[in-house]
Design a protein around this ligand. Structure first.
Ligand SMILES: [Zn+2]
Length: 389
């Protein structure tokens, strides 16, 4: 086992040392790139207020024009929709096909460890009338990448993020499709870099910056992996994407983005099912349920930033008017940071480590400004529910 060096989370993510919570939702200023205004309101809440006043009819007209520009009449696919069979991608693909007359090709990058419900939902989605391509890289390489990224960037999901971002681009080139439609712009909807808040598109440079945590597939060579190993995770050359005039758009620019409404839509139109039990670390049942180890992605966010799955879920449900801030705070107190024990063994086996090493890696990501240790027990220095007591 390697000695695991303590990471400087504060510096790496440029986090403010003093933790504050948004006065409107449950998010803190520890979410990377989020900003707070002088009234203590986060950028996601301010954006949410802006959204509620927007003229969505006008945005819908823009979507019509976009589809008119890209729609093909020769039978070929005209839009790529990245879609795992989850509620969001299903909603986007189904709408584009049935209300905008598009011919979507749905593409999925395989989860690391497919969950039963995820498999069933993907199958149901395809059955609801879609052509579909699954990208499935060599599992042995994926496992290695998962281990190294868990250890060195505190994010086991990194190899999935590579594929999810790059695979749709490769398929767009292969099938000569000029439009890629993503779901929501997470940076804007959930708090982050607001630079693209008022435009519909995403740029290549943004996503290597935000989504790859400055560790691109190419950087993975330092782990003794070669081009052949890493090829499935590479995206096409930026130059080619630009030459081919491929455009990447966010559906959340054109339509009011409400995850709960997407869920109802996908349930009704694509036979989408939810978990019978709530997801560990939160109270919700319908978000991010395709991968058995995604609990560890959320858990690491809790360790690094003090922001767990219940915080993320409650923050946007407060903004969407589904719950009050008071309710949100109680849900955070009850569920945030709950250990994902159901798939703990699955995760350890998958990346082939023992419990000791797992905890050593986890603890290497605990920053002193977020965590304290007393009697051998870790606790948060500041949590939103502490203000209640
Ligand atoms: Zn907020």
């Amino acid at each position: 086992m390697n000695f695991i060096k303590k990471k400087n989370t504060l510096q790496k993510y440029n986090l403010p040392k003093k933790i504050i919570f948004c006065k409107n939702c449950t998010i803190s200023n520890q979410r990377p790139r989020i900003t707070f205004d002088n009234n203590g309101i986060c950028s996601a809440c301010n954006f949410s207020a802006f959204k509620k006043k927007l003229d969505w009819k006008k945005r819908n007209d823009e979507l019509q024009r976009l589809c008119n520009k890209f729609r093909k009449n020769n039978g070929e696919y005209d839009v790529i929709v990245p879609c795992s069979g989850g509620k969001d991608g299903s909603y986007v693909a189904h709408q584009l096909k049935n209300f905008y007359g598009m011919h979507p090709l749905a593409v999925t990058w395989s989860p690391l460890v497919k969950s039963e419900i995820g498999k069933k939902n993907l199958e149901n989605f395809i059955k609801s009338g879609f052509s579909h391509i699954l990208g499935q890289p060599d599992p042995e390489i994926t496992k290695k990448l998962t281990y190294f990224s868990f250890r060195d960037i505190g994010e086991p999901f990194q190899p999935f993020v590579y594929g999810q971002s790059n695979f749709p681009l490769s398929i767009a080139l292969a099938y000569n499709v000029k439009l890629i439609m993503y779901g929501e712009n997470g940076e804007v909807e959930y708090g982050g870099d607001m630079k693209n808040a008022y435009i519909p598109t995403r740029t290549m440079s943004d996503y290597s910056k935000h989504y790859f945590s400055n560790l691109s597939p190419n950087d993975m060579k330092k782990y003794n992996l070669n081009d052949r190993d890493l090829f499935p995770f590479y995206g096409p050359e930026l130059k080619r994407v630009e030459e081919e005039n491929i455009e990447m758009h966010f559906y959340s620019y054109y339509k009011y983005w409400d995850p709960q409404e997407n869920f109802y839509y996908a349930k009704k139109n694509c036979n989408f099912f939810v978990n019978e039990e709530r997801n560990e670390g939160t109270y919700s049942k319908y978000a991010s349920i395709d991968d058995e180890i995604d609990g560890f992605h959320y858990y690491m966010s809790f360790i690094k930033f003090g922001i767990g799955r219940a915080t993320s879920d409650s923050a946007h449900e407060i903004r969407d008017g589904k719950i009050t801030r008071e309710e949100g705070i109680n849900l955070v107190k009850k569920y945030d940071g709950e250990f994902p024990k159901k798939f703990f063994k699955v995760f350890l086996d998958y990346i082939d480590i023992k419990e000791d090493e797992f905890y050593e890696i986890v603890d290497s990501w605990r920053s002193d400004h977020i965590w304290k240790k007393k009697n051998n027990k870790w606790s948060l220095r500041k949590a939103i529910w502490m203000d209640l007591n």
